[in-house]
Structure formats: C-alpha cells, structure tokens
Write a protein that binds this ligand. Structure first.
Ligand code: NAI
Length: 260
C-alpha cells in the first residue's frame, strides 16, 4: 500500500494546472495515495479549460461537473502564470476565484470538503495599490486595464488572492458550509515557471534577492504537493483563512517581527 493510503478514505480532488510543476506533482501524489484526481489545464488534462476567459472558466465548471457526477471533495486552485500584463491577473486572480466559487456547489455534497489555492511569497512583496483594490472590489475589465500598466502585477494578484481567502474563509458560504479555505505560499520552486524566469540572468538575480530562502531553495514541487495534500485532506478540519508560507524562511527574512 502507498504512503498514507491506509489512513485516507478515497476522495475526489480537482487540481487546476495539473499538466506541469506543482499541480502535476500534487495530482500525482494524490493518485499515488489512492484518490481520484480530475486534472484541469490548457492541455494534457481530463478537463481542458482556459482560466483566463469567462468561457474557459465556464468550461471548467461544466467539465468537472460532468467528470465528477456532481460531487467533489476538494478543489486545488494551482494554475498560474508570471508573465507581463493582464493575462497574469486574469489567470492568477479571476481564474483561481472562479475555480473556487464555481466548484463550491459540488463540494456541498462531500462529508469533508476542502479548498486550497496557491499564492506565493510574492504576496508580501511590494504591490500596486490601485490594482489590488480593483481586483478585490472592482470589475474584471477595469482590473485588467490597470494590470496592463501596473508594475508588480504578479505580486499584486497573489496578495489579492491571499486577502480574498482571508476575507471569505469565515463567511457563511465557506466556514458556515464547513469548508476550510486556505492557501499555500511557496518560495522558489523548480518548475517550468521558474525556469522561464531564470533564463534571464538579470531576472534571476532580482528574484533570488527578492525571496531569500535561508533554509534552502529552490525546492522540488513534490514538497509543495505534500502540504497542499494535507490542507485539502480530511485531516484539515480546523485551519481556515490562512496562507501558509512554504518558503525556506523567506517570509520571516522579509517581514521579520512585523506580523506578530
Ligand atoms: P508551471 O508553469 O510549471 O505550471 C502551471 C500550469 O498552469 C501549467 O500546466 C499551465 O498550462 C497552467 N496554466 C497556465 N495558464 C493557464 C490557463 N489560462 N488556464 C488553465 N491552466 C493554465 O508553474 P508552477 O510553478 O507549477 O505554478 C503553479 C502555481 O504556483 C502558480 O499559481 C504559481 O504562481 C505558483 N507559484 C510558483 C512558484 C515557483 O517558484 N514555481 C513560487 C510561488 C508560487
């Protein structure tokens, strides 16, 4: 029997971004533990959906509803990009939130529903205030217009995602429905996303300086998968609204005492 399989009841997990990196490692780990995984991505997935568009987000809900028969036990919103411009806001923020809210009705039939999103260490980096406000409280079209000209779009989308989770976790829709809602904030993880950024030596230097990891890093995606699996598993019945930093100490290095 695989690791941990003996303690887990088989569950159905939805993982977006399942074709690569952290999403792929998480889908694989969950399958190894005997669970059913409905992967969603632009390609190489059971459900093909482009989370940057309203149509694609609707396809995700439709595809998962059909594949699951109308009930899922956990949703992991992992898909994300770090590219210049509005696509990053459309995918990282609106794509993730549509994934969580759109699939919420399918979670209501589970005895132990859970939701986890992937934020980032950059959620505590400098951000664009106007974009943050538009993401949290404005129209998508206005937010995407701002994202076309704002500086730190990626960091702002991740801050907005963590803040959205914090704002919603204790509401009737989530805590009231018995659904823990959390995020993981990785430091630097060895995936295609990081490889693309590291291809440029200047960008690499800026990223490494911006997210120092005293405990070591970058690390392999399976380490993030282990934490995502725990947060999305039956075991997590009491933690909600949190962003857990899996970052080799980067959050502490950057924020020091300021949090407490
Ligand atoms: P990756 O590039 O290896 O995987 C991302 C996956 O998302 C890909 O399979 C891609 O096809 C999918 N995706 C991209 N755009 C999409 C769209 N419009 N619709 C549906 N799927 C789409 O990247 P990685 O590193 O595994 O990223 C996963 C998450 O982790 C992202 O949210 C990223 O922001 C976050 N993250 C990654 C870090 C890193 O160092 N790699 C650090 C902190 C956070």
């Amino acid at each position: 029997m695989m690791n941990n399989a003996s303690t887990d009841t088989p569950r159905t997990y939805v993982v977006t971004g399942s074709a690569s990196g952290i999403g792929q490692a998480t889908a694989q780990l969950l399958k190894e533990r005997g669970h059913r995984v409905i992967g969603a991505d632009l390609h190489d997935a059971e459900v093909i959906a482009d989370l940057s568009t309203a149509d694609g987000r609707a396809s995700l809900i439709e595809g998962v509803t059909e594949a699951s028969g109308g009930r899922v036990d956990a949703v992991l919103a992992v898909a994300g990009v770090d590219i210049a411009g509005p696509a990053t806001a459309a995918i990282n923020y609106y794509g993730a939130i549509s994934t969580m809210t759109g699939l919420r009705p399918l979670l209501l039939n589970s005895p132990a529903p859970r939701v986890v999103a992937v934020s980032s260490i950059t959620s505590v980096h400098p951000y664009d205030e106007e974009l943050l406000d538009l993401l949290l409280d404005g129209e998508e079209a206005a937010a995407l217009r701002r994202a076309a000209v704002a500086g730190p779009v990626y960091a702002t989308t991740k801050r907005a995602l963590s803040r959205w989770i914090r704002r919603h976790a204790i509401t009737p829709d989530w805590a009231g429905a018995g659904i823990p809602l959390n995020a993981v904030a990785p430091g630097l993880v060895r995936t295609e996303l990081l490889k693309r950024l590291f291809d440029d030596p200047g960008t690499r230097q800026r990223i490494e300086a911006g997210s120092p990891m005293p405990l070591g890093g970058p690390y392999e995606p399976v380490a993030a998968a282990e934490l995502l699996a725990w947060l999305a598993g039956e075991q997590n019945g009491h933690m909600t609204g949190q962003t857990i930093f899996l970052d080799g100490g980067a959050d502490v290095a950057l924020r020091g005492d300021s949090t407490w």
